[in-house]
Design a protein. Structure first.
Length: 768
């Protein structure tokens, strides 16, 4: 888009750089055709050639360069920034292998490498002319001109550019992904030793940096991994930070016209790296460099789970990035002086607020670094932002804290994945909702329009039939297409409480078995998601769900009243097929643990009803649609904290609730694992003795709430009204709204709407 953008401040050439270690893009073909406004033309052209566009689409591999929510959010944001005409760049890493492919074999997760580049990537363009050298290791020398980082080893960062088209606005932004490329300077020692072959082989080592995405979601591993892997973490981040920052300094003369948005702490080495470049290379004073750095950087926090927070051992940083560690110490020195000024003599507080953790192995708390080095810190839903303001940095720098409730792009998550519903909506309110999702409120009066309700129902039914056919092919399970499609898809994690869902399934099963002739609301429960390969408990949860499915699906008494499917290899492309077919969306996290959630929003936009806790963005969804249109259960954040204070006793619930007891006893005794009765003892032990997420405390409320869900499902008209009100209330959750807020309140760029071309009216290009 050249030098011009549709945002005020054109003259000073505003640029936003979104720094993320993950971009969970999925496929690009359909999205590109839609945003360019050429979908039907392409469809027609292929048809004329006797080809089927859907077959072509199915050939594309997902770009799975992300784990879950954080990576998919980055992808939605790129779409919104381009659609809003912002001069924004996404910077990330071009992993040779994305998130592993999940196979379910004998009810167990097996990982296969995701060799997504095997047949090439038609969307990317290598830019060797913009390659940048990145330094590692070495030592710092004091010279009269200041600190000098010497004897370093160099790895090149090779950029690959990927187009990000805005929606029908003639804007195409860039996602630039860096790949590690070794230098040509072979270690001469090897030459002299005559070990030429070894020297060539060693070249590959440094290219491991961008080899594979780490599959951990919400879990930081700083030490346990093998040494080369361990150094890969900060190295990768430094690699990205350095490549990006050097590029930024090169293209912008006056720095604070650049905004660097840090997607969690993962790219937070950008802070000391920017300081290093400004001081050691550009020759600025500390004060001047620090002023620029803080004005430039902003940090988004995406999780409060303590085990997910990055804390790198100083011993590793010392070895790999000695100059950066020095700078971090100096940042900390200045920071602690401020703390001491504000709370004189409060050594306890100094310890808590320090960037350096001294108890046990000495580590750098990267969240503290990011907060100190950024002018804005934001959470991703209102409740989450309140929690981080209170807990992450009690009291200090409070004025930096903001909220930016997450959103999703309506292009991919309605227009692309649910064309029938998109058409039905457009038929009633026109097409402006695609770029102004608020307009969906215009559907609200139609809640009494029986014709439109019928269309909503029929659309959902068509989507369900299509999915059912696919599932029967894939899993060989007969699906009752009039059963309620009850879906929980997300990474497998204890805090997300897939086990609570599983306990509900078992409870339903027991009720059918106890009353075989009774009438039950038929359900097809689908659960999908990947477990981190090293997360034993999450893998056990998958096994349990598969074992329960085995028993339930093969019990003739149950018939078509209950079916359980474990959806293999959940990913962006599968989400696009599943979400439009959902009746019920399960959002079960313990209150206070799910920062926002974005899957919840995708289901809402596609007319599923939600059963969920008062956590993350569920709360704001409820506020938008009204409490009567969502199924809320369980403890509030305050109640969870109270329970934690007073002591949680799982056994008291087990003793009190017979249906819970029966279900736990069955899991424990091997009812679902007759060949290995001890299979699930560990899970039961966690639930009974060490459950950080209080499943039993919410069990009764959850089951009662599910009974209400069943009652409503028996009144299809009432259900459809609520589905419509869900769709009509989802406008707030467009990532266009989220990005406008980042622009206005963090980056300082105001949208100039009048300059935006109306959809469907491409403006004349003024190419130079
Ligand atoms: C270093 C290991 C690691 C890897 C990934 C730690 C933490 C993460 C992510 C921050 C986890 C994540 O994806 N968080 C999710 O972010 C979404 C987007 O804001 C939120 O909607 C989800 O609630 C949150 O879990």
């Amino acid at each position: 888009m050249g030098e011009h953008c549709y945002w005020e401040g054109d003259e000073i050439q505003w640029r936003v750089y979104y720094l993320s270690l993950e971009y969970y893009m999925g496929r690009s073909l359909t999205n590109t055709m839609i945003n360019l406004g050429i979908q039907s033309a392409c469809d027609e052209a292929l048809y004329q050639l006797g080809l089927d566009i859907e077959e072509l689409e199915a050939l594309e591999e997902d770009a799975g360069l992300g784990n879950g929510g954080l990576g998919r959010l980055a992808a939605c944001f790129l779409d919104s920034m381009a659609t809003l005409g912002m001069a924004a760049y996404g910077y990330g890493i071009r992993y040779e292998y994305g998130i592993f492919a999940q196979k379910i074999k004998n009810g167990e997760q097996v990982e296969e490498p995701d060799d997504w580049l095997r047949f090439g990537n038609p969307w990317e363009k290598a830019r060797p002319e913009y390659m940048i050298p990145v330094n590692f290791y070495g030592r710092v020398e004091d010279t009269p001109q200041g600190k000098k980082w010497v004897d370093t080893q160099i790895v090149f960062a090779m950029p690959y550019d990927n187009p990000i088209p805005g929606y029908k606005n003639n804007v195409v932004n860039t996602m630039r992904l860096w790949s590690a490329k070794s230098t040509n300077n072979f270690d001469l020692k090897f030459f002299n030793d005559g070990d030429y072959i070894q020297a060539v082989l060693d070249r590959n080592q440094s290219e491991n940096i961008s080899r594979v995405l780490y599959p951990n979601d919400n879990f930081f591993e700083g030490k346990e991994l093998r040494l080369n892997r361990v150094s890969c973490g900060p190295t990768l981040q430094h690699h990205q930070a350095s490549g990006s920052v050097a590029q930024i300094v090169r293209t912008s003369s006056t720095l604070p016209t650049v905004a660097l948005q840090l997607n969690d702490t993962h790219p937070s080495m950008a802070i000391p790296e920017l300081m290093r470049i400004l001081m050691d290379i550009e020759g600025l004073t500390w004060a001047r460099a620090w002023d620029i750095c803080v004005k430039t950087c902003a940090y988004t926090n995406h999780t409060v789970l303590p085990e997910a927070l990055e804390r790198w051992p100083t011993s590793m940083l010392e070895h790999i990035l000695p100059r950066h560690l020095q700078i971090i110490y100096e940042i900390n020195h200045h920071h602690l002086q401020e703390v001491a000024k504000r709370w004189p003599g409060d050594m306890d507080r100094m310890g808590r607020m320090s960037l350096v953790e001294e108890h046990g192995e000495k580590r750098i708390n990267m969240a503290h670094l990011a907060i100190v080095g950024a002018h804005a810190v934001n959470g991703v839903a209102a409740i989450h932002s309140e929690i981080i303001k209170r807990d992450l940095f009690q009291g200090l720098l409070r004025d930096r804290f903001q909220n930016k409730t997450n959103g999703i792009t309506p292009r991919r998550w309605l227009l692309l994945c649910n064309p029938t519903l998109a058409d039905a909506v457009a038929e009633k309110i026109g097409e402006e909702w695609v770029v102004h999702l608020d307009q969906l409120t215009k559907l609200k009066p139609l809640v009494n329009d029986s014709g439109f309700l019928r269309i909503i129902q029929v659309t959902k039914q068509e989507n369900k039939m299509r999915l059912a056919k696919q599932l029967e092919q894939d899993y060989g399970v007969k699906i009752n297409p009039s059963s309620m499609f009850d879906i929980q898809v997300k990474r497998i994690h204890e805090y997300k409480r897939q086990l609570l869902n599983c306990m509900h399934i078992i409870t339903l099963y027991n009720r059918i078995k106890a009353n075989p002739g009774g009438s039950f609301v038929p359900r097809t429960v689908m659960i999908g998601g990947k477990a981190a390969p090293g997360y034993h408990t999450a893998k056990q949860i998958i096994r349990l769900i598969c074992s329960v499915a085995q028993v339930v699906n093969n019990d003739p008494i149950v018939g078509d009243r209950l079916k359980v499917i474990y959806l293999e290899n959940y990913r962006v492309t599968l989400a696009e097929q599943i979400i439009p077919a959902a009746d019920l969306s399960e959002q079960l996290s313990t209150a206070g643990t799910e920062a926002s959630g974005t899957g919840n929003m995708k289901f809402m936009l596609n007319g599923a009803l939600t059963i969920g806790t008062l956590d993350g963005a569920n709360i704001e969804m409820m506020e938008e649609m009204g409490r009567e249109n969502i199924f809320i259960f369980g403890m509030t954040v305050e109640e969870v904290e109270e329970l934690k204070r007073t002591g949680y006793d799982a056994r008291s619930y087990y003793d009190k609730l017979p249906e819970l007891r029966q279900c736990v006893d069955q899991i424990d005794s091997g009812f679902f694992s007759p060949n290995n009765p001890d299979q699930f003892k560990d899970l039961v032990n966690i639930l009974m003795n060490h459950d950080r997420f209080y499943l039993f405390a919410d069990y009764e409320s959850y089951i009662k709430c599910q009974d209400e869900v069943n009652k409503l499902y028996q009144k299809p008209n009432e259900w459809a009204k609520k589905a419509l009100l869900n769709i009509a209330s989802s406008g707030k959750f467009s990532s266009d709204r989220t990005i406008s807020e980042y622009g206005r309140e963090i980056w300082g760029v105001e949208p100039s709407w009048e300059k935006l071309p109306a959809p469907h009216e491409p403006r004349e290009t003024e190419d130079k």
